[in-house]
Write a protein that binds this ligand. Sequence first.
Ligand code: ATP
Length: 370
Amino acid sequence: MRQETAIGNMPATALARAEEKDTTAPGLEVEELSHRFDHRLVIDRVSLTMGRGEVHCLVGPSGCGKTTTLRLIAGLERVQQGRIRIRGRLVAEPGRGLPPEKRRVGLMFQDFALFPHLTVAENVAFGLRHLDRAERQKRVRRLLERVDMAAFADRYPYMLSGGEQQRVALARALAPEPDLMLLDEAFSALDTALRTQIREETLAILREAGTSTLLVTHDAEEAIRAGDVIHAMLDGSIVQSGTPSELYARPADPFVANFFGPVNSFRGRVRSGRIDTPIGAVAADGLAEGERALVIVRPEGIRLRRATAGSGRARLVDRRDLGPIHLIWLALADGTRVKVRETGILSAAVGEEVEVELDPRHVFVFGDRA
Ligand code: ATP
């Protein structure tokens, strides 16, 4: 007898049958997903759509709901509100959902959680019990070759380095040929050089397989380098989704503006359509007269000029030269420190008075909620 395992009262086969196999449907569609733990709203109307083979990154501060979103998609939490479709197949809605093993989803977490008592080959074969022995062995061999671990097939996890274990975890996650891969801080435990290498290899394999990948990361550089699209999440909501360059050029929230590295922040009030900051006035950009504003200026948005006699606005107090890039700290008359990033020929020396000019492309104005 076929076993029907589904969350809620809808049989798994009926739910899967409910959607025609659609070869053009997006890799993942999350529609208005909300979730509460003990009446506390932790996911608030999250929607996102991923194309097939795309890599999307979910970024946000600790506790904003990233892991919960992944767990809902994977089927490890029941959906309370909203819908989830994978390749057009409805996999979860309130009261019913396919169990995790029927969603064709691969999962990789920071702790690779290889089974310690199984060899590398047995770990990879774990999710392939439905295949006959010869077929299973063939697929394990192919996957271990793909992640460059064929020579380690008979070793146990404790005999492997962190990077090698990560490769095996990837082979194990890929073995059932998932439609969607969910990676939760999957590379964080590796040291910097290895993290970049393993991440790039992993994503290349996933893209090649046409597997859509949702990657949760704290690491801005990782998100910028890996993500076709970044979803910035705060307090359970996605505040902005876009390519890294869209988020860089037009951040919709101070968190997004901060995401790309250290910034200068100034608070002020809108007066005659402008906000005064210690380094110059900026346009109030849609804020109402008298409203409190937060002005964020990227270090690369400040240009320096040597002051003409008595005209200086700031003193250059420190600089670090990183090849063609100069990181500069200014002190303003009121003691405020300002970070500047200059490229090309450094225009002033430590101790000199400088005038500053703002580049509006790197200046962002938000209503001040603090
Ligand atoms: P981090 O980056 O630190 O892993 P996150 O963005 O992944 O954080 P979640 O783990 O999704 O955040 O948690 C979101 C919120 O839900 C947090 O406030 C957390 O304490 C709460 N939470 C998560 N799981 C449960 C649970 N099983 N029961 C009650 N509250 C939970």
